[in-house]
Design a protein around this ligand. Structure first.
Ligand code: HEM
Length: 478
C-alpha cells in the first residue's frame, strides 16, 4: 500500500499547507489512489484512507457490537485525563470506546430513539421555528427582503435553541435576544473556534501529547469555558425540575433531560455536553444546505410548497405527528441537501477484525478514514452530481422516472448520520427539527439566494458554511 509523506505535504513548506481539507483529500486521492496509508507522527497512530465503498461495507459489517471511532483523541483527553471529576461516568458518547461507550449508549438509546419522545417535542420545536420565522421578518430588508450578511448567526441561534431544549430543557431566548445572553452566544463562537483547533490538533502534525503547544492551550481554555457554562445550565435545569410540582404527576410526559436525570446525573451532564457539541453546528449546516438547494432550484421549492400547503393550509395551522407522517418530497429535499452540502467530510472507524483491502492485509484495530464526501460528488456514483435533484431519492418510481436514482448506488456511500450501533443518536430529533423548520419557512417564504460565486464551506470537525448568507425571504401571500 502506498504511504504518504505527511511532513512533506502538511508542513509550512508543504504543497497542501493551509489548503481546505476537501482539496487535500482530493489531491491525496489523485496522487496515491483509492486506498493509502498516512503514517502517524509524534505518537499518533497510522491511518488508512479509503475512497472505496466496498471497503466501507466490509468495515461496517465487521465492526462488532462496540464499534471504535477514535477520531477526537484530544477531546477524550480533555474529559477523562484533565476533568475526570466532571466526566465521572465516562468521557461521553462521542469520545468513549468499548464498555464505557456501550454503557452510555444503551442508557441513552431508549430515551433518544423513543418515538413517543420525538412526538413530545413537535410542539416545542415548532414554537422555536415560529419564533425564527418571525425573526426573519424583523431583520430582512423591507424592500429587497434580503436578510443581513450574518444570517448564519440567526441559523446558529435557532439550532442552539433547539438543541438546548433537548439537552438542557431550557430556552435561552437566543433567537430574539441573543444580546441579552452573551454567555450562550459565546458558546457558539467558542465551539466554532474549538472545532478548528480540534481539527488542527487531530490532523496536523502536533506535539500536544508531549508538550502543551499554544493551540493545545487555547483548546483547553475554550473547552473549559464551554464545559463550565454547560454544567452551570444543567445545574439550573436540575434545580428547576426538582422544584417543579407537575413533574411527578402521573401521566405527565418527561423530557429527555428528566429521563436521563432519573437514570444518573453524571450521565445526563456528559450527554448534554455531547448533544451541544454534536447537535448545533451540524443542524445549522444542514439547514443552510437545505435553504441553498431550494433557493437555487425554484421548481423543487414549488413542488415542496405544494406538499406543505396540504398540511399547513393556513400559516398558523398546528403541526402534529400525524401531519408530519406523509411528506415524501420534503424528506427527499433534506436527503439531497445532505448529499450536495454534506455536514461531515466522512466517517472514521477502527477495524473490528483482520481484513483484506484490495489485496493488503489490514490488522484488527487499524484506524480507517472514509472521506465519503468525494464519492457523494462523484459522477460515477451520482450522475449529474452538481445538480440538486430531490427526485433521485423518491420511492415513487413514476415521479422519479426522469432522474438518476439514488436507490441503485452502493448504500455505504451516503450515510449522513453514520451507520450501525454508533450511528448518530440525534438523528430523529435533528430530522424533525429540519422538517419542521422547512415546513414553516417554505410555507411562509419564497427563498432565494442570488450569489452563487460566494458559496464555500469550511471543514473542521464538521463542514460549516463559510459565506455571506444573503438569503432573500419574500412572503408567500396565500
Ligand atoms: C443534521 C444533523 C446531524 C448530522 C448530519 C449528524 C451526523 C452524525 C454522524 C455522521 C455521527 C457519527 C456516526 C458514526 O460514526 O457512525 C454522529 C454521531 C453523533 N451525533 Fe449526530 N448529527 C446531527 C445532529 C445531531 C444532534 C441534533 C445531536 C444531539 C442532539 C447529535 C448527537 C450525536 C452524538 C451524541 C453522536 C455520537 C454517537 C455515538 O458515538 O454513539 N447529532 N452524528
Amino acid at each position: 500500500m502506498k504511504k504518504l509523506n505527511i511532513l512533506n505535504t502538511l508542513s509550512i513548506l508543504g504543497r497542501y499547507y493551509k489548503k481546505k481539507l476537501f482539496e487535500i483529500y482530493s489531491s491525496y486521492r489523485k496522487e496515491y489512489g483509492d486506498t493509502f496509508m498516512v503514517p502517524g507522527l509524534f505518537g499518533k497512530r497510522n491511518v488508512v484512507f479509503s475512497f472505496d465503498p466496498e471497503i466501507y461495507e466490509k468495515i461496517y459489517r465487521t465492526e462488532g457490537i462496540w464499534p471504535i471511532r477514535r477520531d477526537l483523541e484530544v477531546v477524550h483527553h480533555y474529559r477523562r485525563v484533565l476533568n475526570p471529576h466532571i466526566f465521572t461516568k465516562g468521557s461521553g458518547l462521542i469520545t468513549d470506546q468499548g464498555e464505557a461507550w456501550a454503557y452510555l449508549r444503551t442508557t441513552t438509546n431508549p430515551v433518544m430513539l423513543n418515538p413517543k419522545i420525538i412526538k413530545f417535542y413537535i410542539p416545542r420545536i415548532d414554537n422555536i421555528v415560529q419564533e425564527f420565522v418571525e425573526k426573519i421578518k424583523s431583520i430582512r430588508d423591507p424592500n429587497t427582503f434580503e436578510v443581513p450578511d450574518n444570517f448564519a448567526n440567526n441559523i446558529s441561534y435557532w439550532a442552539m435553541e433547539s438543541t438546548c431544549m433537548i439537552a438542557l430543557d431550557t430556552q435561552l431566548g437566543l433567537i430574539n435576544h441573543a444580546e441579552k445572553n452573551p454567555e450562550a452566544k459565546e458558546v457558539i463562537d467558542i465551539s466554532q473556534q474549538s472545532f478548528e483547533l480540534i481539527c488542527e490538533l487531530t490532523f496536523e502534525p502536533s506535539l500536544w501529547k508531549i508538550i502543551p503547544t499554544t493551540k493545545y492551550k487555547k483548546f483547553i481554555e475554550n473547552f473549559d469555558k464551554v464545559t463550565n457554562l454547560i454544567v452551570k445550565y444543567i445545574d439550573a435545569a436540575i434545580e428547576r425540575l426538582e422544584n417543579d410540582p407537575d413533574s411527578e404527576k402521573p401521566g405527565s410526559e418527561k423530557s429527555v433531560l428528566e429521563r436521563l436525570l432519573k437514570i444518573d446525573r453524571e450521565v445526563a451532564i456528559a450527554l448534554a455536553i455531547d448533544f451541544l457539541f454534536a447537535g448545533v453546528e451540524t443542524t445549522s449546516s444542514a439547514l443552510t444546505g437545505c435553504l441553498l438547494g431550494l433557493s437555487q432550484n425554484p421548481k423543487s421549492q414549488d413542488i415542496l410548497r405544494s406538499e406543505i400547503l396540504k398540511i399547513l393550509p393556513q400559516k398558523d395551522t398546528h403541526l402534529n405527528a400525524d401531519k408530519m407522517k406523509n411528506l415524501p418530497y420534503l424528506r427527499a429535499c433534506i436527503k439531497e441537501a445532505l448529499r450536495c452540502f454534506p455536514v461531515i467530510i466522512g466517517h472514521f472507524r477502527s477495524t473490528g477484525s483482520n481484513l483484506v483491502f484490495n489485496g493488503y492485509r489490514i490488522p484488527k484495530e487499524t484506524d480507517v478514514s472514509m472521506p465519503s464526501q468525494m464519492l457523494l460528488w462523484d459522477e460515477k456514483f451520482y450522475p449529474r452530481p452538481n445538480e440538486f435533484i430531490p427526485e433521485r431519492w423518491l420511492r415513487d418510481v413514476e415521479k422519479a422516472a426522469e432522474c438518476p436514482r439514488a436507490a441503485n448506488v452502493n448504500p455505504f456511500i451516503y450515510l449522513p448520520f453514520g451507520f450501525g450501533p454508533r450511528a448518530c443518536i440525534g438523528r430523529r430529533i435533528s430530522e424533525l427539527e429540519l422538517e419542521i423548520a422547512l415546513c414553516r419557512l417554505i410555507r411562509n417564504y419564497y427563498v432565494k439566494f442570488d450569489y452563487p460565486e460566494k458559496i464555500s464551506y469550511k471543514t473542521t470537525v464538521f463542514n460549516a458554511p463559510d459565506f455571506e448568507q444573503k438569503f432573500n425571504f419574500k412572503d408567500v401571500e396565500v
